[in-house]
Design a protein around this ligand. Structure first.
Ligand SMILES: [Zn+2]
Length: 84
């Protein structure tokens, strides 16, 4: 999502013939829609409307998988520490 440099409102994509522009619904400011904006808007659309993609992103950010054995070891360490 891009924001209006004048009034900070969210800009919406407006089709203008073959070209697209980003237009501010508040003050009417228009800026040319370029490839950089396209990437921006594509990413936000995927996150908001693609549950499968969200799951994929979540899986990527959880890091290395912890097995049940690992969890038991971690719990044991913690218990021993508390006993000391
Ligand atoms: Zn504006």
């Amino acid at each position: 999502m891009q924001f209006c440099p004048i009034c900070d409102n969210a800009l919406f994509i407006k089709r203008k013939g073959k070209a697209k522009v980003l237009q501010c619904p508040s003050c009417g400011n228009k800026i040319p829609f370029n490839e950089e904006h396209k990437r921006f808007y594509t990413i936000s659309t995927v996150i908001e409307h693609g549950p499968k993609d969200m799951t994929h992103i979540a899986e990527e950010t959880t890091g290395p998988a912890v097995t049940e054995d690992d969890r038991e070891l971690l719990d044991e360490d913690e218990f021993e520490y508390q006993e000391d």
